[in-house]
Design a protein around this ligand. Structure first.
Ligand SMILES: C[S@@+](CC[C@H](N)C(=O)[O-])C[C@H]1O[C@@H](n2cnc3c(N)ncnc32)[C@H](O)[C@@H]1O
Length: 349
């Protein structure tokens, strides 16, 4: 076969870049779980020996630091052999209160990859993989990835973007958060709007357990968590939130119909979905690759359990509006919220 050697080498370089990224996710996951990343962030410039102290094994620490520095994740000072995690990187990797925290991906990606054998099976045979079949770390990863921004921004920026909604919530409203995961959004709303009642629904018992534990610890009385699918929502809600959920559902249209029927006449659904361009090629970028990767590894297989249409993570606003209208909603509005990763839709019956 006549190959253009320069193109082969271009692709080899590209593959090495991708393999390095995947490997470094593994290395960062190790360092994260061992507590080494947090310690590196805390200590500033350190030698491997100092960082190891009597808590870690120096030989591992040295290799991990070399890996992190090779990719610009950690800084390295040749003259004294010291490493550090710059504060800006620590904001993304180790600070649990930072809205930039990305560390959830260090749980989510390795946990989802544990299902690669099953994913290969369903790719051949069809069918899906229900959420409970995934390693429990996915639940932790999703919470870690989404909770920091939800805790900070949901009640300060996202809900106030809907005219009049904040006042209603302050006055006392009935709210359901469907696919609530570990409960960060429901808890944030219960805290911010003490006159409102908030119910979180999820089908994953591990997530509901975590949410109930958080609620008990916070001592909040206006929030409840129910182990149930969004397709069996009772009537009477003024607001339903679906944050990063609808594209995961095996029966999104039936669920949207049920949500519409559960809303009070002036009620509304707020959906948060990954931000994507309208055409496939608009998403040919590292962000698009990450979305499609998580779609293949986690979202799509869930949505293909049962008779699911398999929306995929990157289904986008055009398909979202069409599905909401098919489910009988009369208005669909993309909210003007400045966010690099998510789009927000205000949907009314
Ligand atoms: C990507 S996670 C998002 C969790 C949370 N809303 C957040 O933003 O972090 C999707 C959630 O939807 C839940 N889920 C999947 N199918 C569901 C269904 N039919 N009804 C309710 N929740 C469902 C999953 O268990 C999972 O917790």
């Amino acid at each position: 076969m006549d190959l253009d050697r320069s193109k082969v080498w271009e692709f080899i370089e590209r593959f090495v870049e991708l393999a390095a990224g995947a490997g470094l996710i593994g290395v960062m996951a190790v360092a994260d779980r061992a507590g080494l990343l947090a310690e590196l962030a805390r200590q500033g410039w350190v030698t491997p020996d100092e960082l190891a102290g009597d808590r870690f094994t120096e030989r591992y620490v040295r290799e991990i630091l070399a890996a992190l520095a090779s990719a610009g994740i950690a800084d390295y000072r040749q003259e004294d052999g010291r490493f550090r995690l710059p504060p800006e990187h620590a904001a993304c990797l180790t600070d649990p209160t930072s809205p930039y925290l990305l560390a959830g991906w260090l749980d989510l990606l390795p946990a989802a990859m544990k299902s690669i054998d099953r994913l290969a099976e369903v790719t051949v045979q069809g069918g899906g993989i229900p959420i409970e079949e995934y390693d429990g770390r996915v639940v932790v990863g999703i919470d870690r990835a989404n909770a920091p921004s939800q805790r900070i921004l949901l009640t300060r920026r996202w809900l106030p973007a809907v005219p009049g909604l904040e006042a209603r919530l302050q006055g006392g409203a009935r709210v359901a958060d469907i696919g609530c995961g570990s409960g960060a959004a429901a808890l944030a709303m219960a805290r911010a709007y003490p006159s409102s009642t908030v119910v979180g629904y999820d089908v994953d018992s591990r997530a509901i357990q975590r949410a109930r534990a958080e609620a008990a610890e916070a001592g909040l009385e206006n929030v409840d968590f129910v182990l149930a699918g969004a397709e069996s929502l009772p009537p009477g809600f003024d607001l339903v939130t679906a944050l990063d959920v609808i594209h995961d559902l095996p029966n999104p249209k039936a669920t949207l119909i049920n949500i519409r029927e559960s809303l009070s006449p002036e009620g509304l659904l707020m959906m948060m979905e990954p931000k994507v361009g309208p055409r496939l090629a608009d998403n040919f970028s590292p962000r698009g690759s990450l979305l499609y990767a998580i779609s293949v590894l986690y979202c799509l297989p869930q949505s293909l359990t049962g008779e699911g249409p398999g929306l995929g993570t990157a289904w986008g606003p055009v398909a979202a509006e069409a599905l909401c209208r098919e489910a009988g909603f009369s208005s669909f509005h993309v909210l003007e919220i400045d966010n690099d990763f998510s789009s927000f839709y205000e949907v009314r019956p």
